[in-house]
Design a protein around this ligand. Sequence first.
Ligand code: PLP
Length: 384
Amino acid sequence: MTHLNTLGKSQIPIQLHSGEGPLLWDKSGKMYWDFYGGHAVTLIGNSHPKLGNAIAEQAKILSFCTTIAELPIREKAASELCSFTEMDVAWFVNSGAEANEGALKMARKHTGRETIVAMKKGFHGRTMGALGATWKYRDAHLPKHGSTRFVPFGDIEALQSAMDDTVAAVILEPIQGVSGIIEPPPNYLKNVAEQCQQHDALLICDEVQSGVGRAGVPLLSKSMGVNADLVTLGKGLAGGFPAAAVLMTQEIAEGIKPGEHGSTFGGGPMACAAILSTLEIIKTEGLLAQSLQLETQIRHHLDIDGVLEIRGKGAWIGVELSCPAKPIASALLERGVFVGTTGHPNTIRLAPPACMPECGVLVLKKNLQDLLSTYVLKVSGAAK
Ligand code: PLP
């Protein structure tokens, strides 16, 4: 018996064993600079001792409690999260996909409408409902024509023509993550919000990847001047403990009856302890400011030959190369620098812990410079 992705299907050839702050070690003791962040999860760093203690202490006091009973630590986590993100109400679930399922259901319930407008190349998760609004991975699993209309991300005219009075909601990532850290034109999100208002449709911002400090702010959508009706969070919300959330307005929350939506494990005591601890670490260690500082360092140091564009915000950066990203990412891994790739073939994705020091960025720079110059030599040699 084995786990599905270890049936010879692992995408990277290392066996990770331990981590601390911005560093990881594999089973053989080899060290890696973690620019991958567990897939944009570990903003607070690997194996933060305060997070470990918070989860362990809660497990000793009350390890689990049903969601049909009130739980003070759940109320506290919801209230801290709402004040951090300036939203009215939080509902806890277990994964980003589940958060999006919930948000889509709530939007349909609230509006009494069915159509969802989503973005080409957007990513919202792999469960059936979330997959319905996801551009990739759907073909093998869903009928081609469901109740989702896809429009190109960043094209406000295409959105205008997709809007009518059957649209329950527009769902989008404020910056598209999985497809390559793709930024929309200035004011795009504001224009989308206006379109939603004009058609009485709701706006769902999927901040599973960008939220809770990853982009250097509590919510990226708010920093773009938009108050979405529903915002989904996941990834770094609990520092790596499985937890996600749907944030919503009071008005939407009031329309949801008990039992209409639920989740056995969502908002369990250990998850809530982890959420509270993560928010406290972000605040007390100044991780929003650190993420922004890291962005400045990355933009400065990676302005090198062979890098065409640097996109993104905070500790969430896409580096577009003049060559395919996958071989470069594999070679970096061999040299002890762990980066991600994206749906954009030439873009590497950096989502490191906010505590990544400048010397780590310089290690990335040196190795990337080496590899890019070798690649350019090889390509120009082959052309002769
Ligand atoms: N939404 C976005 C923007 C994501 O990047 C992801 C995962 O990468 C998801 C949703 C799905 O989250 P999960 O894998 O926790 O279900």
